[in-house]
Design a protein around this ligand. Structure first.
Ligand code: DP6
Length: 324
């Protein structure tokens, strides 16, 4: 009863920002992302009668505390669905440098769900797997698929219609993403805590929600037509709206540092010079820059020269979950 799976992280172009149900993770809005190669998690799950409790090993170290609890509770869901009560050993390797500012929870829970369900003998459709993965970490449900994926928020209270669906495979469009890693790191509000505070207290939150349907239909059109300007403009504006909601929260907060804003301005300056580039930012200070292959050299060079930037990690569209 052992299986191994690999999953890549993803970057949201239309952000998931808020839950309507925290325990089974149901979102208040649909979101859309691009799965990225280069950043991934490989996970083996072994269920056995020999184990007297779950064990979680990450990058060759035994993990305890909150991270262990989230993994063990997720294994409970897998056991529940399979009607089995065996404990498991989970062995994960992360190729998602935390410093690159990508949450490893997306690739982590997607790989865990895929390996865990296979190890316990369940054969799931992509939709079922995505709906299960969602309950580990919302954004992870999009990492089941390669390329562009939409997490449809759904309407049912039991979450049965809240899962991701593929929009276009990685081969559809070679859209590139540069992860700009900043040297400064400050105390951070997790995405989980940040979205909760925003939903509960920000008067701007309703405005955010109202803007989603138009952003979503426009970006889907842009992806279909491979219209870089359309996709970039919608993604950048959507990111700014998400971050604007945090300033209205009580207490107010922002994920941006001074260098975050310098990078944003540099991207706007590139556009002024006729080099198409757009940015997006998740629940942290690092910036991801969207660009096209022909501009890779100038994009990388320009970003690297910004004071306060520690590293640039380039990435292409990646594949969905695979079994090893
Ligand atoms: C800003 O998926 O990390 O990156 O569901 O609580 O685990 P939980 O949150 P998480 O939130 C991601 C928020 C985001 C936007 C996005 O990826 O869509």
């Amino acid at each position: 009863m052992k299986a191994t799976a690999k999953a890549h992280t993803n970057i949201a172009l239309i952000k998931y920002w808020g839950k309507r149900n925290e325990s089974i993770i149901l979102p208040t809005n649909s979101s859309l992302s691009l799965t990225l190669d280069g950043f991934y998690t490989t996970t083996s799950v072994h269920f056995s009668e020999e184990y007297t409790q779950d064990k979680f090993i990450l990058n060759e170290r035994v993990v305890e505390g909150e991270q262990y609890r989230r993994v063990s509770e997720f294994l409970d869901l897998i056991r529940q669905q399979a009607g089995k009560s065996l404990y498991a050993k989970v062995d994960s390797t992360n190729e998602v440098p935390t410093a690159a500012g990508f949450a490893s929870s997306a690739s982590g829970f997607a790989a865990l769900a895929a390996a865990g369900t296979k190890a316990i003998g369940q054969n799931m459709s992509d939709r079922e797997l995505s709906a299960l993965t969602r309950q580990g970490s919302g954004s992870a449900c999009r990492s089941i698929y390669g390329g562009f994926a939409e997490w449809e928020m759904g309407a049912e209270e039991d979450g049965s219609d809240s899962y991701a669906v593929p929009i276009a495979p990685a081969e559809h469009w070679d859209l590139r993403v540069a992860a700009v890693v900043l040297s400064s790191t400050a105390k951070k509000v997790s995405s989980r805590a940040g979205m909760k505070r925003t939903v509960e207290t920000s008067p701007f939150y309703q405005g955010w929600l109202n803007s989603i349907p138009t952003d979503m239909s426009q970006i889907k059109e842009g992806i279909k037509e491979r219209d870089f300007q359309k996709v970039g403009e919608v993604a950048e504006a959507n990111c700014l709206k998400m971050h604007a909601t945090t300033l209205g929260a009580n207490p107010p907060f922002t994920y941006w540092h001074d260098t975050t804003m310098t990078v944003m301005q540099t991207v706007r300056d590139l556009r002024e010079k006729g080099i198409p580039a757009y940015f997006t930012i998740d629940a942290g200070p690092n910036v991801k820059v969207l660009y096209l292959p022909e501009n890779e050299e100038v994009i990388e060079k320009t970003l690297r020269n910004i004071p306060g930037v520690a590293d640039i990690r380039l990435s292409r569209p990646g594949q969905g979950v695979t079994y090893l």
